[in-house]
Design a protein around this ligand. Structure first.
Ligand SMILES: Nc1ncnc2c1ncn2[C@@H]1O[C@H](COP(=O)(O)OP(=O)(O)O)[C@@H](O)[C@H]1O
Ligand SMILES: CC(=O)OP(=O)(O)O
Ligand SMILES: [Mg+2]
Length: 402
């Protein structure tokens, strides 16, 4: 029997999303999510798609990403889809920071693990979780290839003009300080899916991709290659996010240290975990923010306005970087669901050929769709991302050639 299944683990700072896919038959066999890892009220939600069964939910303490993966393995085993299955060809892992070294999906060995570990200081919320996921999966199935698919890989095509910060070259190079970019698997998948929606090849189109989830980033994709993206050395730069500030004057940090008396670690926590939407209004969920705005909440409205202002600046910037834009694609939790965010982000940009049709924008759905008015110069689209499918495809392409 040929092994044709791939398990994908997308480990975030406090969650694991997973999918089990059959790459030969092209179907999803199971999917799920473990949330609030490290808290007493962790929650596991598992859907056995192949078995046609109902979603099972379980709440209780899950201490870390290792325990989360073991719980996932138990759920899969209950449906006869356990990790011991001979049909499993590989486990694909999202790894957020791959530095400059990893431009392709990579089979994990001890050297690769050491490199991912070395990059922890520049992805402190993500790489430790990714590492724990890989180590646990390896312990459960030492014989299986574990494949790392890096968020940074798609951005390694950025020209030096976009990838370098304008700081002393020797200092920057000594400490590998440059712009790496993240969410690359999503930007790659969504830019290709957008070309397909337009009936064109990726080489023929220039696309601005707006990945708006808890973490958020924009990218400028020229003929299928990334030429700029909003995240930098770490996933902190760029857009306003759920808990992260995005762009600030770097001198804010000196000021908070010297005048505010804060330590570097305190400032790190402030900018990564207590800023963005949550810092501005106390909520990081766009649904809650919209609800509060409808009730006349001034702080929620200001948070929304700051979020939109930054987003609009990046649309304009990447329009200029690309020169010609064929499409703007909204994706991830906010981009796929929040029609008000999409409408506000392109409001007033008619002279750039950008607009949304109110009726089309209000339609909900899981399929890629256009929301710009018929005949618009630039297509505006909602293109659901599927990082897990993309990771599975890349993983199987690497190991499944038997
Ligand atoms: N129906 C909705 N309307 C508005 N925003 C939504 C909706 N559903 C999800 N979101 C937003 O999407 C976010 C999560 O996006 P997601 O892409 O799943 O993030 P991540 O992968 O970074 O955890 C939530 O925090 C919330 O702000
Ligand atoms: C890189 C990053 O920000 O990822 P996430 O959106 O999953 O936090
Ligand atoms: Mg995400």
């Amino acid at each position: 029997m040929t092994a044709t299944r791939v398990l994908v683990l997308n480990s975030g700072s406090s969650s694991v999303k997973y999918q089990l896919l059959d790459m030969r038959k092209g179907g999803r066999l199971a999917s799920g999510l473990v949330e609030r890892i490290g808290e007493r009220t962790s929650r596991l939600r598992h859907t056995p798609l192949a078995a046609g069964g109902d979603t099972r939910e379980w709440t209780g303490p899950i201490a870390d990403h290792g325990a989360a993966l073991k719980a996932v393995a138990e759920e899969l085993a209950r449906d006869g889809l356990g990790l011991d299955s001979p049909e499993l060809a590989a486990i694909g892992h999202r790894v957020v920071h791959g530095g400059k070294l990893f431009t392709e999906p990579t089979v994990v060995d001890d050297t690769v693990l050491a490199e991912i570990e070395r990059l922890i200081p520049v992805a402190p919320l993500h790489n430790p979780a990714n590492l724990t996921g890989i180590r646990t999966a390896r312990a459960l199935r030492p014989d299986l290839p574990q494949v790392a698919v890096f968020d940074t890989a798609f951005h390694t095509t950025m020209p030096e003009a976009a990838a370098r910060y304008a700081i002393d070259v020797e200092t920057a190079d000594a400490h590998r300080v440059r712009r790496y970019g993240f969410h690359g698997t999503s930007h790659a998948y969504v830019s290709r899916a957008t070309a397909k929606l337009l009936g064109r090849t990726p080489e023929e189109v220039n696309v601005i991709v707006l990945h708006l989830g808890n973490g958020a980033s924009a990218s400028a994709v020229e003929g299928g290659r990334c030429v700029d993206t909003s995240m930098g050395l770490t996933p902190l730069e760029g857009l306003v996010m759920g808990t992260r500030s995005g762009d600030v004057d770097p001198a804010v940090i000196f000021h908070l240290a010297r005048v505010g008396g804060m330590s570097i670690d305190e400032i790190d926590t402030l900018l990564n975990k207590k800023s963005g939407l949550v810092g501005l209004c106390g909520d990081n969920d766009m649904r809650e923010i919209r609800r509060r705005i409808d009730e006349g909440d001034v702080r929620a409205k200001l948070a929304f306005d700051i979020y939109i202002h930054r987003l609009k600046k990046y649309i304009g910037a990447y329009y200029a970087v690309l020169g010609r834009v064929d499409a703007v694609a909204f994706t991830a939790g906010v981009g796929e669901n929040a029609a008000e965010v999409r409408a506000a982000a392109v409001a007033g940009l008619e002279t750039l050929g950008l607009a949304v049709d109110g009726g089309l924008n209000a339609v909900r759905g899981d399929e890629p769709r256009l929301i710009s008015p018929a005949g618009a110069r630039v297509a505006v689209a909602v293109v659901p991302t599927d990082e897990e499918l993309e990771i599975a495809t890349q993983t199987y392409a690497l190991v499944g050639r038997n």
